[in-house]
Design a protein around this ligand. Structure first.
Ligand code: C5P
Length: 232
């Protein structure tokens, strides 16, 4: 299940910036990249086709959340773009997640966001009116995600062991908030190194700024990839 390449978060505002970044890598280096809302809405669906045409894999991070029928139709469109993985909000419900799977088909991986890491327990209680701990809510959503037939969840590396304990070993845990030792944490609150993320069972790590903002992005990518795979 474990992916050998760190997923590079292409948090760039435009097609040109993405092209300039990808052009730095040797042609034979096939990356796994994350395309998020900013880039997708700014550059359009063509950005996915472009990245795929270079032979890279794409995790399209759009976090869909709507009525089941709408999500199903949208997923069918994303499947045509050739995405390798995409996601929804688990809060949309089991029926919505099942519909997402139906629309996307069996090929691409489909994962869910549980509670956003920007949501505090206090916010969850006051605003969402969910009267439990944040951790219990995350675990509950993870179980429902599995029940709906999805492949896994986006989560903090610190939650991986507990999520796998209530789902299964092969339930994907994709973890952002990764920082190699000594690199700037930025706005991330709870970070983990690639080596530690491997040790605690992450299946995919997502790394953005430590690679995209590095003076030598290719070298930074290789170092993180080596650290991630050193544990294998
Ligand atoms: O630059 P950095 O490595 O912090 O980027 C991490 C990427 O993962 C960003 O695209 C960010 O939006 C995303 N992400 C995150 N934490 C989450 C969910 C997604 O950092 N809980």
């Amino acid at each position: 299940m474990r992916e050998s390449r760190p997923i590079v978060a292409l948090d760039f505002p435009s097609f040109e910036a993405v092209k300039e970044f990808l052009d730095r890598f040797p042609q034979e280096e096939k990356l796994y990249v994350k395309i998020g809302m900013e880039l997708y809405y700014g550059a359009g669906p063509e950005i996915v086709s472009y990245v795929k045409s270079l032979g890279h894999s794409v995790f399209l991070d759009l976090k869909l959340h709507d009525i089941p029928n709408t999500v199903k139709s949208a997923m069918a469109v994303l499947a045509k773009l050739g995405v390798d993985m995409t996601n929804v909000h688990a809060a949309g419900g089991v029926e919505m997640m099942k519909a997402a799977r139906e629309g996307l088909g069996k090929g691409p991986k489909l994962i869910a966001v549980t509670q956003l890491t920007s949501t505090s327990e206090e916010q969850m209680r006051d605003f969402q009116n969910i009267q439990t701990s944040l951790e219990e809510s995350v675990l509950h959503y993870a179980q429902k995600t599995q029940e709906a037939g999805l492949d896994g969840v986006v989560c903090s590396a610190h939650e991986v062991a507990k999520i796998k304990a209530v789902t299964s070993e092969d339930f994907i845990c994709l973890t952002p908030g990764i920082r190699p030792a000594g690199s700037s944490v930025g706005d991330q609150k709870r970070v983990m190194t690639p080596a530690d993320a491997y040790r605690i069972g992450s299946d995919y790590i997502v790394v953005g700024r430590p690679i995209t903002q590095a003076e030598e992005p290719v070298a930074a990518y290789q170092a993180i990839k080596a650290e991630w795979n050193a544990q294998a």
